[in-house]
Design a protein around this ligand. Sequence first.
Ligand SMILES: NC(=O)c1ccc[n+]([C@@H]2O[C@H](COP(=O)([O-])OP(=O)(O)OC[C@H]3O[C@@H](n4cnc5c(N)ncnc54)[C@H](OP(=O)(O)O)[C@@H]3O)[C@@H](O)[C@H]2O)c1
Length: 276
Amino acid sequence: MPGSPPIPAFLYGTAWKEDRSAALTELAIRAGFRGIDTANQRRHYFEAGVGEGLAAAYKAGIVTRRDLFLQTKFTYRAGQDHRLPYDPDASLTDQVAQSMTSSLEHLGTDYLDSYVLHGPSSHHGWGEADAEGWQAMTKERDAGRTRLLGVSNVSLRHLEQLVAVHGEAPAFVQNRCYARLGWDREVRVFCRGHSIVYQGFSLLTANQDVLRHPPVIDLAQSLSATTAQVIFSFARSVGMLPLTGTSDPEHMREDLGSIDLALSPDAVKAIEGIAG
Ligand SMILES: NC(=O)c1ccc[n+]([C@@H]2O[C@H](COP(=O)([O-])OP(=O)(O)OC[C@H]3O[C@@H](n4cnc5c(N)ncnc54)[C@H](OP(=O)(O)O)[C@@H]3O)[C@@H](O)[C@H]2O)c1
């Protein structure tokens, strides 16, 4: 496993791409994305298709494996349909190992950059199953099959309990980010205090009202940018690593263009205060 992982400024999300997963993954890499997010959860993702897209990009000489940040997820039985990447009768520890083996096969690699627990077993807190799953994921990291670990769809309570139980914070949190919840302020504050990189998804789809907010439209116009670019630039300004799942080549270019868009501190403060 090579040196320390480059964490790119954007992650390209591969959910809901079905039989376009390979072509869109390759297109995203051609457009300039270097971070790919997927999951071994056939219900919402086609991880093997993502692997085909990676193979096509390698074959075309656009990138090598080392240029990419590859992230996938372990998903509990309750989040899966019948197309399971593990034996449902195996222990959770074995399910994690089986799912990891299958992900590495799908993605044509012998290591991941990040392995994420797709979501805890309960909304209420970090339970026994989560502790077992996390320990199994830690074992995978210690064995060199992933560089870093993450957790998704978590509350502040989950994170506090995870750190208390395991004595270690994850490298990543991946959450849906609603402006009306102060852009997930509580969780982001915890992340900042524990050197966790916060990955935000549904930044556009969960915040349609922000995209229609007249001051955001005016700000975008004054910067010759789109409102989507303003939101992604805002996300980065407050320390997030944003995801986009666009299927549109023009939007891919536009989303990546937001990396060079600088917002003033006043603009960042105004957007942060819009709804939360
Ligand atoms: N951990 C989890 O439980 C979880 C849950 C959901 C998602 N995710 C991850 O996050 C990724 C992204 O999901 P998401 O919910 O943020 O996005 P998404 O649902 O994939 O879609 C983004 C939407 O925004 C539009 N869009 C993107 N760029 C745009 C632009 N520049 N201008 C206008 N519209 C634009 C897209 O339309 P076009 O396609 O037409 O551009 C699309 O409708 C997923 O693929 C997945 O990897 C994780």
